[in-house]
Design a protein around this ligand. Structure first.
Ligand code: NDP
Length: 454
């Protein structure tokens, strides 16, 4: 779509944010979706709402020095992007991965603003992390790193200011180490991080929430066609937090998950990944911190394929199935992969990861009018349940598993409805990308408008 907004945003990105391709990709997608809305409302253009929303309110970068087990000094870089606080305190995860840089975190923080808006809860958007690689590090080294990271971050965050959570490379272990040092530095026990352990302020269902939510969203989309997940063959990528609980919920609903992956390769299990096999994966990944290859060593029904980066496609996406749940990382699924999915009969895609499909892959899904849910809608269950953890912390109360799960289901239903309503209103029925972007954007813009130019 060409409009002056889209062209202006492109020019702005190229001149002010060079070398941040993922940020450009995320911003351009939203600009293209909301251009018709802004064109209908010239006062929004005049108020330069888009130019304001694409600029972080605050970016913090800092040095993270620590000493490894051999006594060597290591230096990493820490970041926190406080993107938008119009509808609530900044909220969004921390990612520890060697690929982390400013552009990747800005894309994630930007996406987070609209995702959080869709959840119906009062949360602004933020994201942070470090280029630290937890792989192969001892628990002691991870603790040392987390303590050094929080020794700077603590002064920028707080239960009513900015509430980080987990993301790639940050799970219960890391949240524990960061919470411990935050408490020591501030002398306050408060809900400053979510994804905490159940004994010290965590919420039931938070670990499960992103994966469960992505499956609930797929269920909602299927229901619009009077279909369900029972018996559906499913391709899942990743084998971390999101992938594991996606598989668990798929099994609850009678579907047949058949794949899992990590950055070295993937397994395809023709018999399906059942509950015992999932238990093995959870122990392998969360306790022994091993590689997914070991699944195929243990279960002879599975075939392991190593990632071959010289190939123009990933064979993971080239199996007969009805549904796919990309749950590893950004841009893991390109146009060739999208074509392979379509050729193999996939007609439901619910993204657990953030921006896992490249723009040309998304275009293909939209062209073919399959049930395609972008991550900012389908993976919002994670942050929504983090919001529920914040509510429980504020009330000094714990809800039961059933209560949190039923709220999560209700929120995913409401996000689905917001997407459908917004896409219908703007004449793009069935386009969940337009729906999610417009619905998420408008709520934040209304709040920003009411609060003046700040
Ligand atoms: P985890 O660290 O638990 O798992 C990440 C998984 O993805 C691992 O299997 C990892 O393999 C794989 N992976 C990571 N980077 C790459 C890469 N560059 N290429 C191939 N595989 C890779 O993270 P999560 O499960 O928490 O996060 C997965 C995705 O879901 C991310 O996009 C995240 O932003 C998104 N998300 C997570 C939420 C949450 O609540 N945790 C909420 C909403 C979105 P390996 O071990 O080899 O690195």
């Amino acid at each position: 779509m060409s409009s002056s907004l889209v062209n202006d945003v492109k020019t702005l990105l190229e001149s002010r944010d060079p070398g941040q391709p993922e940020f450009h990709q995320a911003v351009m997608e939203v600009a293209e979706s909301v251009a018709p809305v802004i064109e209908k409302n010239p006062e929004l253009r005049k108020a330069r709402v888009f130019e304001r929303i694409m600029e972080p309110e605050r970016v913090i970068t800092f040095r993270v020095p620590w000493v490894d087990d051999r006594g060597n000094v290591q230096v990493n870089r820490g970041f926190r992007i406080e993107m938008n606080s119009a509808i609530g305190p900044y909220k969004g995860g921390l990612r520890f991965h060697p690929s982390v840089n400013l552009g990747i975190l800005k894309f994630l923080a930007f996406e987070q603003v609209f995702k959080n808006s869709l959840t119906t809860l009062p949360m602004g958007g933020g994201k942070g992390g470090s280029d630290f690689d937890p792989k192969g590090k001892s628990d002691n080294e991870v603790m040392k790193f987390c303590q050094s990271f929080m020794m700077e971050l603590f002064r920028h965050i707080g239960a009513d200011t900015d509430v980080p959570a987990g993301d790639i490379g940050v799970g219960g272990r890391e949240i524990g180490f960061m919470f411990g040092i935050y408490k020591k530095l501030t002398n306050r026990f408060e809900g400053v991080l979510t994804g905490k352990g159940l004994d010290w302020g965590g919420s039931l269902i938070r670990p499960e929430a992103t994966g469960y939510g992505a499956v609930y969203f797929a269920q909602e989309m299927l229901a619009t066609k009077n279909k369900d997940l029972n018996g559906k063959r499913c391709i899942v990528s990743g084998s971390g937090n999101v992938a594991q609980y996606t598989v668990e919920k798929l099994l609850d609903l009678g579907a047949k998950p058949m794949t899992l992956s990590d950055s070295d390769g993937y397994i395809y299990d023709e018999q399906g990944i059942d509950r015992d096999k999932l238990k093995f994966v959870m122990d392998l990944k969360n306790v022994r911190r091993g590689r997914i290859k070991e699944y195929a060593d243990k279960y002879r029904t599975a075939v392991y394929t190593t990632i071959d980066s010289s190939k123009s496609y990933n064979p993971l996406w080239n199996h007969k199935a009805e549904c796919a749940f990309p749950s590893a990382t950004q841009n893991e699924l390109n146009a060739k992969d999208a074509q392979n999915l379509l050729n193999n009969g996939v007609f439901v895609i619910s993204e657990g990861a953030n921006m896992p499909s490249t723009p040309d892959a998304v275009e293909l899904f939209l062209d073919k009018k399959i049930l395609y849910a972008p991550g900012k809608a389908s993976n919002a269950g994670g942050v929504a349940t983090s919001g529920l953890e914040m509510s429980q912390n504020s009330m000094r109360l714990n809800w039961t598993r059933e209560e949190v799960d039923s709220r999560l289901k209700g929120i995913m239903k409401s996000i689905h409805k917001s997407c459908v309503d917004a896409s219908n209103e703007y004449g793009h029925a069935g386009n969940y990308v337009m729906g999610a972007n417009i619905a998420g954007f408008m709520k934040v813009v209304r709040a920003m408008t009411a609060q003046g130019i700040v």
